[in-house]
Design a protein around this ligand. Structure first.
Ligand SMILES: Cc1ncc(COP(=O)(O)O)c(C=O)c1O
Length: 444
C-alpha cells in the first residue's frame, strides 16, 4: 500500500483529522475555507469544537470540557437532537448497501417517499430528493416551469423571505444576497406577508407560475403567516391558476407541532419543499413533495422523466437517516410536544418581554420556532444589542442561539423537539440575565 504522506505532501489522514486540535482545525479553515466566516465565529465566541452530546441531543460538550445547551439546533436542522442514536443506528445498518446508479432499486428512498406522503396526506404524493435546501427550491422553480410548458415563467414570493443562495432561490429571496448577481431570474415580484390584496394584485393577470411562501419565515426573523392569509392565498392561487409552493425547509418536520406548518391552516399547497430536519441533521437531504397532477404535467412522459435528476438524490444513507428521524419523532410524540413546549416558551418569553419592553419589541413564533425582536431607544443600536444578547448567551451561559442574519435584530430559539422543561427553564433564566448583561454592556 502506498504511504499517503509520500503520495501527497501535507495530506492529512482521517485518523489525524479525528484527533486534530481545535486550533489546528481553525487554522485550516482560515487557510482553505471562508476565513471571514471563521473571524466572525471567533468574535462571537461561536468557534467551539463540539465533541459529544447528552441523552436528548440538547446538551453538547466542547473540546475544552464545557457543557452547552443547544437552542438553535443548526437553525432548525437538529429536530431529533445531536448524535441521535436511533438515526445513527439506521445509518450504520445501511452502510453496507452499495449505491450503484439511478436506475438500481433503492428501497430506502422509496420508503422515505412513502412515509413523507403518508404523513402529508391528501393529494400530495410524488416525492423528489436532492441534497440542499437551495437545490430543492431550484427544483420547485424548475417543476413549476416544466408544468406550464413554457407558458408561464413568472414567480411571486414574500418580502423578507429566504429560499437559499443559488441563482433561482436568491431571485425569490431578500435582495441582500443578490450582490453582483444581476441579471437574476426575470419576472419575480415580492409581496408583503399577510397582505392578501397585494397577492391578489400580483396574481390576477394569470401569468404567474408559482407563489412561494414560508408558512413561518425563518431567516427573515420568525414571521408567522396567519391561517386566514394561507387560506386566502390558496384560494387566489386556485382562482388564477398559480401553483402554491410552501417552503417548509425551516418550519416543517414537526417543528410547529404538525408535520408541515401549512397544515395548521387546513390547506393543501401544490408543492412542499423540505430539507434541514428531514435527515435528523446527519446527512445532506432535501426534496419536495407535490401533487401527482403537477408531477405528471412536468415529468410524466418518457421525454421529460429525466429532466431533473441529481447524482446524490435518493442517497441510501441520507434516506435511511430520514426514515429513522421520522420514526424517532413519531415514537416520541414530538409533534405534540413541540406545541406544548412552544406554548410554555412563548408564555414565559412574553412575560420577560413585558418586563423589558424598553429592549424587547416582540416575541413571535409557532411551536418550537421562536424569535425575539429587540429594539433600543437608539434604533441604530438594536442590532448590536441583539448580537450582545446572543454572544452573552453563547459565551457566559453556554447556550447556543443565533441572531437572524437576514434580520439581525431577532434572536432565535429552535431547540431539538425533545428539549426538556428543565432545559427550557435554564434557557429562560439565562436569557433574562443576558438581557441585563447586554443592557450594562451597552451603557459602558
Ligand atoms: C426556508 C428556507 N429555505 C431555503 C433555505 C436554504 O437551504 P440550504 O441552506 O440548505 O441551501 C433555508 C436555509 O436556511 C431556509 O431556511
Amino acid at each position: 500500500m502506498t504511504n499517503v504522506k509520500k503520495a501527497c505532501e501535507g495530506f492529512i489522514t482521517f485518523q489525524e483529522a479525528k484527533e486534530m486540535s481545535k486550533e489546528d482545525a481553525i487554522s485550516l479553515q482560515k487557510e482553505f475555507q471562508n476565513h471571514e466566516r471563521v473571524k466572525l465565529a471567533e468574535q462571537l465566541g461561536a468557534a467551539q469544537q463540539f465533541v459529544g452530546a447528552g441523552e436528548n441531543g440538547v446538551e453538547l460538550f466542547d473540546s475544552e470540557g464545557n457543557r452547552h445547551l443547544d437552542f438553535i439546533g443548526g437553525v432548525g436542522v437538529m429536530t431529533v437532537g445531536s448524535c441521535n442514536k436511533h438515526v445513527w443506528n439506521a445509518i450504520e445498518q445501511a452502510k453496507d448497501i452499495p449505491a450503484i446508479h439511478a436506475l438500481a432499486v433503492r428501497p430506502m428512498s422509496a420508503v422515505l417517499a412513502n412515509n413523507i406522503a403518508k404523513l402529508t396526506g391528501g393529494n400530495l404524493k410524488k416525492v423528489w430528493f436532492g441534497t440542499s435546501g437551495s437545490e430543492a427550491c431550484e427544483a420547485a422553480i424548475k417543476i413549476s416551469k416544466m408544468a406550464f410548458k413554457g407558458c408561464r415563467h413568472k414567480f411571486v414570493s414574500v418580502y423578507n423571505g429566504y429560499h437559499g443562495k443559488t441563482t433561482g432561490s436568491i431571485s425569490l429571496s431578500r435582495e441582500k444576497w443578490a450582490l453582483h448577481q444581476s441579471p437574476l431570474m426575470p419576472g419575480v415580484k415580492t409581496v408583503p406577508l399577510n397582505d392578501i390584496d397585494a397577492l391578489d394584485y400580483a396574481l390576477k393577470y394569470e401569468d404567474v407560475a408559482a407563489f412561494f411562501i414560508e408558512p413561518v419565515q425563518g431567516e427573515g426573523g420568525i414571521h408567522v403567516a396567519t391561517d386566514e392569509y394561507l387560506k386566502a392565498a390558496r384560494e387566489l392561487c386556485t382562482k388564477y391558476g398559480t401553483l402554491m409552493v410552501c417552503d417548509e425547509i425551516q418550519c416543517g418536520l414537526g417543528r410547529t407541532g404538525k408535520m408541515w406548518a401549512f397544515q395548521h391552516a387546513g390547506i393543501e399547497p401544490d408543492l412542499v419543499v423540505f430539507a434541514k430536519g428531514v435527515s435528523g441533521g446527519y446527512m445532506p437531504l432535501s426534496g419536495y413533495i407535490c401533487t401527482e397532477k403537477l408531477w405528471n404535467d412536468a415529468y410524466g412522459t418518457p421525454e421529460t422523466a429525466f429532466h431533473h435528476t441529481v447524482t446524490y438524490g435518493n442517497n441510501i444513507l441520507s434516506c435511511s437517516a430520514g426514515i429513522a428521524a421520522l420514526e424517532y419523532l413519531l415514537e416520541n410524540d414530538l409533534f405534540d410536544a413541540a406545541v406544548e413546549k412552544g406554548e410554555y416558551m412563548l408564555g414565559k418569553l412574553n412575560a420577560i418581554q413585558k418586563e423589558n419592553q424598553d429592549v424587547i419589541k416582540e416575541v413571535r413564533g409557532k411551536g418550537l420556532m421562536i424569535g425575539i425582536e429587540f429594539h433600543t431607544p437608539k434604533e441604530e443600536n438594536s442590532e448590536a444589542f441583539a448580537a450582545v444578547v446572543a454572544a452573552t448567551l453563547m459565551n457566559k451561559y453556554r447556550i447556543q442561539t443565533l441572531f437572524s442574519i437576514n434580520n439581525p435584530v431577532v434572536v432565535r430559539a429552535l431547540p431539538p423537539l425533545a428539549v426538556t422543561y428543565e432545559q427550557m427553564d435554564e434557557f429562560l433564566t439565562s436569557f433574562g440575565s443576558a438581557i441585563d448583561d447586554a443592557r450594562e454592556h451597552m451603557k459602558a
